[in-house]
Design a protein around this ligand. Sequence first.
Ligand SMILES: [Zn+2]
Length: 279
Amino acid sequence: MALALRAHARRGAAVLALCGAASAAGCATISTQQEVQLGADYSRQINQQLPLINDRATLQYINNLGRQLAAAADQRGIPYYFYVVNSDAINAFAVPGGHIYVNRGLIERADNVSELAGVLAHEIGHVAERHSIEQLQRAQGANTLLTILYGGILRRNPGQVEQVGVQAAGSAVFAGYSRDAEREADRVAVPYLVRTGYNPNGLPSFFQELLTEQRRNPSRVQQWFATHPTTQERITNVQAIIQATPGATGNARLTTDNQAYQAFRARVRSLTPAPRDRR
Ligand SMILES: [Zn+2]
């Protein structure tokens, strides 16, 4: 017990030093490098908790698609990682530092590549616009984040403070974003899609399907609606953004669907069914 306390005190001093070095004004700002480190640590924890699909071809496809979009989106040049969660629930979420999780149920429900690309572009928008890191900062303060970060650098088991921090981070990510952040992620997603050659109408078209699904099978989309409020008004807003974006309409070169996507989706459908527990 005494040993644990001493270790704690020592760690506290080291964290303060790290804060002092990071910024003269305290620890208010998380740098890109720190965000990447935090994201890596945090996603490692998530990966231990969630049932992930490990199929090589599936991961290769979604990482290729997602990284194309991320390269057109995030000016910081940070690496992005895409994961497929073996869950029937239709949902996707982003962790700071470029870790994007997409449920298998969402892929099965996305009729064409432009719909999946639309959702990925939206989630990438949350990372690139720093919504996800700002939300974590709001939820637990930059000091706690840096404590978690420091634990990650030392590569040791998380201490009590860090475990609490990770839990707070979890509730922040799963609490969803503000309506403003949602609007902004939609707004930036449209030019990402156009730059990468995907038809941006996939985004409102997928939202429309979610509204239909909500009437038909509400439990399947419950997580999505809790974290990404989706309404007819939001769909109208995205359509207006598309109309106002140069090159987004009447562009025959934009891809709506292709064979590769349909093969990917068929493969995902053929994988061992999701566990009954819909997490
Ligand atoms: Zn969102």
